[in-house]
Design a binder for this molecule. Structure first.
Ligand code: IPD
Ligand code: CA
Length: 334
């Protein structure tokens, strides 16, 4: 198995950061043209449907992906490239990440937000090696938020603010988590109105997490708040910041989460599967497999008394599993 030295990784990181800045500028420039009423002002009408009426692509998604793909091919011709728009056009839904050095890119995460000029949109760039996201760069230009991380170098907001935001010390998970937590989740794109289908199961899970303690036959989680940003990679960045305590979602693809996972890991967060195992109180809590499409992320946590930060995160995972339903997001054709 080929190895990459820290020096090489640092060089790739510098390149990825620069790429993220340029791509973020492209996104904002195109948004600005629309704001100013220029040529691209009709983009809201000109987006194209992919799988259904809420799975959309704009010219900007495609231009930014083409730009990133070319820049990577010029600089690192031997590296693999997996991008949302190139992948969507192909017939295959196979899992494409393996041990080779791979770039996994979402040129525009939060496309619906972008179309509506809701500021939660970004470009998301990950570098993966041996199946592990090692570098993450997320640029949300309308928010002026730039997240970056490299394995062994820490995770940052706007290159100087170390993540999580509160880190001296890092707060423990609340004693009665999920009570006291901000819970982030996504409605996603599977809107099929099937009794006991994904949409219904998600809503039941959201209500369980929100309901008062003692409600919902003991499943009420009484979380502090429920949030839905419309960008999976920004959800993960906000968990890395510590602004969200929990993120639970099914249906995302690799490019929706790869950079966010890199940043979350480097900040000290945990990410495992969204679907509760049968023995949720005792099952081992394993790192999620990129490509599983089912994610449960917990923010970085410090110790409290006898409990380590990791134990607090695991306790929270089990409390979430107790309240959420299993989702069905196998890979089409898999
Ligand atoms: C979507 C967003 C959304 C998540 C979906 C993704 P896109 O990505 O990240 O939050 O729920 O699963 O597909 O289409 O905006 O790039
Ligand atoms: Ca996208």
């Amino acid at each position: 198995m080929a190895t990459i030295s820290q020096d090489e990784l640092d060089g790739i990181y510098t390149f990825a950061v620069e790429l993220g800045k340029q791509a973020g500028k492209m996104l904002m420039d195109a948004a600005q043209v629309r704001i100013d009423g220029g040529n691209a002002s009709t983009e809201q009408k000109e987006h194209v449907q992919k799988e259904n009426a809420v799975d959309l692509v704009t010219e900007t998604d495609e231009n930014v992906e083409a730009f990133i793909k070319r820049a990577i091919a010029d600089k690192y011709p031997s590296h693999k490239f997996v991008g949302e728009e190139s992948y969507s056009k192909g017939a295959s839904r196979d899992y494409l990440i393996d041990e080779s050095p791979t770039w996994c890119v979402d040129p525009l995460d939060g496309t619906v937000n972008y179309i509506h000029l809701f500021p939660m949109f970004c470009v998301s760039i990950a570098f993966i090696h041996n199946n592990k996201p090692l570098i993450g760069v997320i640029n949300a230009p309308f928010l002026k938020q730039f997240f970056s991380s490299c394995a062994g170098r820490g995770a940052y907001l706007n290159e100087t603010q170390r993540l999580p935001l509160i880190h001296n010390p890092i707060p423990p998970m609340p004693k009665n988590a999920p009570s006291g937590c901000v819970f982030s989740c996504e409605w996603g794109k599977d809107r099929r109105d099937i009794p006991d289908g994904n949409l219904h199961r998600k809503i039941e899970s959201f209500v369980n997490m929100a309901a008062e303690l003692g409600g919902r036959s003991g499943r009420g989680g009484m979380v502090h708040g429920v949030r839905s940003l419309g960008s999976a990679t920004l959800d993960l960045a906000y968990v890395a910041m510590g602004s969200f305590d929990i993120w639970w979602e099914g249906g995302c693809w690799e490019w929706d989460v790869a950079a966010g996972i890199a940043i979350l890991h480097e900040a000290g967060g945990l990410i495992t599967t969204a679907n509760p195992p049968k023995d949720e109180a005792t099952a081992p809590i394993e790192d999620v497999r990129l490509g599983s499409r089912l994610y449960l992320a917990i923010r970085p946590a410090g110790p409290a008394g006898e409990e380590t930060g990791r134990q607090g995160q695991e306790r929270t995972v089990r409390e979430v599993w107790r309240r959420v339903r299993n989702l069905d997001y196998s890979r089409p054709g898999a």
